[in-house]
Design a protein around this ligand. Sequence first.
Ligand SMILES: Nc1ncnc2c1ncn2[C@@H]1O[C@H](COP(=O)(O)OP(=O)(O)OP(=O)(O)O)[C@@H](O)[C@H]1O
Ligand SMILES: [Mg+2]
Length: 383
Amino acid sequence: MHNPFNPYQPAEGPLFANRKREQEWFARDFIPSLAPDSLGTYNAAILGPWGIGKSSLVRQLRFMTVAMAADQPAMAFLSCTAGFGSLMGVCAAIVNTLRQEVLRLSRWDQALMDELDRWSFEFRVPGLSARRQQRKTPENTVSAAEFLRQALLHLWEKAFRALGYGVIIVLDDVNLLQTIDPNALMLLRAVFQDLHMYHARYALVVTGPTDLFSGVRDIAEPLTRFFEHLTLTALSRDDVGGAIREPIRASGVPLRVDDDAVSWIWERTQGHPYFVTYMMHYVFQTAIDQGWDRITPTRLQTQWPNTMARLARSKFMDDWNAATPSEQQALLALAQGHAGVANRGLVTRLIRKGLVTKIDRGQYRLYHPLFQEYVLAIALAPP
Ligand SMILES: Nc1ncnc2c1ncn2[C@@H]1O[C@H](COP(=O)(O)OP(=O)(O)OP(=O)(O)O)[C@@H](O)[C@H]1O
Ligand SMILES: [Mg+2]
């Protein structure tokens, strides 16, 4: 029996629940914009805090695109990392992923493979390797942009145009590219805008934290207009019901979930998808082991100490250890409701680490009540 609740991987297909508004936009606007007769592709930025379901939504976009489009459009997925090292490294990774996609769609045609190898020589910008180490210099930005523009145009003309459909490029966690070079997002915008002018039909989809654009003020405005913003927030009570019942239905296990049990989980998790999936992973396992036919609040209650202990080991302990001793004192003060105790610098650092969220001017709280419960517990019995 496969457990349909997997907190370690993004969800898609039958295991994906909710996000109706975003899925409607994909179905009505985004996917049709890839069609050969459309007037131009759209770009999207999927924004939201840690674990809210950004990667799941881009996986679901892939699932929907395959299901909706008559021919399979090309789709290149790239999880971003600071390990790309430089803007040129980022651009090379994008081009490489697209080349793999060309080969996949052509079923690894040998003649095309040979041709692509020849193109890679053409893409080499003269003098590039010598400049590669000079990170953040204007020349490097220009060469990386030039390389990306040329390579994408080339791939469009030689391979993708014939397929008719636009090409989707997904950059998951695009904020990590900003740590390599603060110009990264502006570079992408410039290149993709030019490609649009040449009728090379690429659609860019990025994911990142809620403040992806507001964090870099002088670039916020042009970038804001370039992307349709899909901002993900916590699930409503009804959504939590869907997130619990739909995967159970997909698993085929005859297990009913009481409405009170949905409310119980919603209250504990505050509708945070990661915590819902994490909790349900163990509830489902226990239901199978013990032959339950129903999930009730009483049964959830008996499970709870075990789930909380697992969450502490696999998540909250790391969160706590990511804070310095003075930050830990601030976390404790906030957890105990002494909002004024923590100084601003500390709070700003905790927000950047994703451990604290701002609720209003001068008002902060820990990022989730379950983490608050953990912090209050270790104040009584340090880990
Ligand atoms: N719409 C959904 N339907 C079902 N499960 C979901 C959904 N969204 C998120 N989840 C669950 O929540 C967990 C976290 O989701 P995901 O990895 O997509 O979040 P994220 O925003 O990309 O997180 P991160 O900020 O760490 O990259 C996943 O394990 C997934 O199982
Ligand atoms: Mg993710």
